[in-house]
Design a protein around this ligand. Structure first.
Ligand code: ZN
Length: 131
């Protein structure tokens, strides 16, 4: 298992991107909109992982609700698994509360699923199937 990416909820990519560009000493990759999640993403490669800055594209976006409730900050951590379906079945058997009981398509057509933060120390964890 490895950390695939870390998602950080921001109020504005316009404000946040230049700060992370200075911090990481590189420019962000091209921005991507995920319509399904109503989010615009700026990505920075960091070793084998990446940092994703997440900006809401609409007021009913999960990111807009997160920022309104808790402010900007760490939104989720994404771990790679070899087989997502198998991983979800194991977690279900172990009594872990899942948001997605079955894999679904995320950004870049990757298979993803979210675990409920009530089962994971308050941290929203996303699993992505290794390619
Ligand atoms: Zn993510």
């Amino acid at each position: 298992m490895k950390i695939h990416h870390i998602g950080i909820a921001v109020e504005s990519l316009k404000t946040a991107v230049p700060v992370f560009e200075k911090l990481l000493g590189r420019t962000a990759g091209s921005e991507e909109v995920v319509e399904d999640q109503r989010v615009r993403i700026a990505t920075f490669a960091v070793g084998e992982s990446r940092i994703e800055l997440l900006e809401a594209t609409s007021t009913d976006s999960p990111i807009a609700r997160f920022v309104a409730r808790r402010g900007q900050g760490l939104h989720h951590l994404t771990l790679t698994v070899p087989n997502l379906k198998t991983a979800l079945e194991k977690l279900k058997r172990d009594g872990v509360r899942l948001i997605d009981r079955d894999p679904r398509l995320g950004a870049g057509k990757e298979l993803i699923a979210f675990i409920h933060p009530s089962s994971t120390a308050g941290v929203l964890i996303e699993l992505v199937e290794e390619r």
